[in-house]
Design a protein around this ligand. Structure first.
Ligand code: C2O
Ligand code: CU
Ligand code: CU
Length: 507
């Protein structure tokens, strides 16, 4: 649908108070007077304890269920949490390990799963929506992590139609796979920064999503780092730190820069690059990760800030993304203890080579209006009580791939195990979409926008790539294990509204 028709239809449906409320979400100050403490020392995410001493094995339990978190002074927020923690506990294992995690779904009345985002695990262990764990039920996820799989992965629920809500309510955690031998000096430490997005009502609860949230993806009022607002980090002059950024928000695009510090990219979703690459700013779209070496070579404050980025926005209430301070490093004048230099070469990445098959995935959006639309179809809007008045009948939106909304019982693509394929992801919708494929890591070949082709300046392994409005992204990928895998937009509301498909990898 063209944008003007869409917006005209949209405007007629939005009541004035809702529009006003949406505008407020774009403002710096939260609209409800709740204050989130800032400047507390950055906390480390608590580690999930390994229950076995057997070398090469990691055994643990994770339960998903209700808990409370005190984000704002004086109010408790009901959340969903893994082992009563949100963000969930950090899982750290080594490549080559056997992992067994017993999962208990203690979420009242809702199915759930745990999906191991980006990880090379067997399809039936990957927490697909086709393998739900009922409320009150459980299962064990078991997999072996091959050599060479070291990377900053993460985990989150993936139940049909409920992924977005379970994630914004608090279910997500970091899964670090460490290499046997790490080329990055241990002296740089390993600072994980997991970004999540929070919206609170005046009473401290999380309001239900509105139609604006469904269309654009839910963006909160506060971007948190490891669950804290603008935490602080104390450093000495010249300190080099290994930092891992995780965008675990439902839908917030983060274009990030460190003032008064130097950033060098050393890794992406699928682990280390071949060589360090200097960067002034980094666009980190939902689900993407990046690893950096940050050098704090100026005394004083070095703030991690967001810059503006226009990803396309439907309707009112586009958040003002620029100028958020996510973290403040306080750099003392005393010099850091000398640290070894970063090696010039980190590893080799073999190009995937020539594709046996080319496939095309076209993203579109479809707005349905009129009373008929609401009663049919399974992807109608869930309209929150305070969200907006519908004054001219109900409306719903679907986000489609190749003209179809997700169907759990339909295989969209059949591929051959081990074949290299070229996937062309064509974005014909009015906003950017971060495209994600399960079970493997891919290599981006190029992006084409209005006839202009840009190639990445370095090779890397990715499991999520942003596809800008109007562009075509081309990537090479190979699935190394058989079974059904999901591919989808990682704006989780879009995924839930249909922008997902199934690829069946056949041996
Ligand atoms: Cu984090 Cu299906 O994805
Ligand atoms: Cu995934
Ligand atoms: Cu999307």
């Amino acid at each position: 649908m063209d944008r003007r028709t869409f917006l005209a239809g949209f405007a007629s449906l939005v009541a004035a108070p809702a529009a006003a409320r949406m505008k407020m979400h774009g403002m710096r100050q939260p609209p409800n007077g709740l204050v989130l403490p800032e400047g507390q020392p950055l906390r480390e995410l608590p580690r999930l304890e390994n229950q076995t001493a057997d070398p090469g094995n990691f055994r643990a339990s994770l339960s998903a269920g209700p808990a409370t978190v005190r984000f704002a002074e004086g109010v408790d927020t009901p959340v969903l949490a893994y082992n009563r923690m949100s963000p969930g506990p950090l899982i750290e294992v080594s490549e080559g390990d056997r992992v067994e995690i017993a999962f208990a779904n203690d979420i009242p009345g809702e199915e759930s799963t745990i999906h191991w985002h980006g990880m090379p695990v067997p399809a039936d262990q990957d927490g697909n929506p086709m393998d739900p764990v009922p409320s009150g039920g459980g299962r064990t996820y078991a997999f072996d992590l091959p050599e060479g799989s070291a990377a900053p992965y993460w985990y989150h629920p993936h139940p049909h139609g409920k992924t977005a809500e379970q994630v914004y309510r608090g279910l997500a955690g970091v899964f670090l796979v460490k290499p046997k031998v790490d080329p990055v000096p241990a002296e740089y430490g390993d600072t994980v920064l997991m970004f999540t997005d929070l919206r609170l009502a005046p009473d401290g609860t999380m309001p239900a999503s509105t139609m604006i949230d469904q269309m654009n993806g839910r963006v909160g009022d506060h971007v948190l780092v490891n669950g804290q607002k603008n935490p602080s980090l104390a450093l000495n002059l010249g300190d080099k730190r290994r930092v891992r950024f995780y965008n675990a928000t439902n839908a917030r695009y983060l274009r990030l820069t460190f003032e008064n510090a130097n950033m060098v990219i050393i890794g992406t979703d699928g682990g280390l690059l071949e060589k360090p690459v200097p960067a002034d700013d980094i666009l980190l779209t939902p689900a993407e990760r990046v690893e950096l070496i940050v050098t704090f070579d100026k005394a004083g404050q070095a703030r991690l800030k967001t810059l503006d980025y226009d990803r396309g926005w439907m309707g009112p209430g586009r958040p003002n993304d620029a100028g958020l301070v996510l973290l403040t490093a306080n750099v003392a004048k005393s010099p850091a203890t000398p640290q070894p230099p970063l090696p010039a070469t980190l590893r080799t990445i073999t190009p995937l080579g020539t594709a046996a098959v080319t496939r095309r995935f076209v993203f579109t959006e479809k707005l349905k209006m009129g009373s008929g639309a609401m009663s049919t179809g399974s992807h109608n809007m869930h309209v929150g009580s305070d969200s907006m008045a519908m004054n001219s009948g109900p409306m719903s939106i679907e986000f489609l791939i190749n003209g179809a909304a997700f169907d759990m019982n339909r295989v969209d693509v059949v591929t051959k195990l081990g074949d290299v394929e070229l996937w062309e992801v064509v974005n014909q919708s009015d906003m950017d979409h971060p495209f994600h494929v399960h079970g493997t890591q891919f290599q981006v070949v190029e992006h084409e926008l209005r006839g202009k082709v840009t190639r990445p300046t370095y090779v890397s392994w990715k499991d999520t790539v942003n596809v800008v409005q109007g562009e075509t992204a081309r990537l090479l990928l190979r699935q190394g294990q058989p079974g059904r895998r999901m591919y989808h937009c990682h704006i989780l509301e879009h995924e839930d509204l249909g922008m997902m498909g199934i690829v069946d990898v056949q041996a």
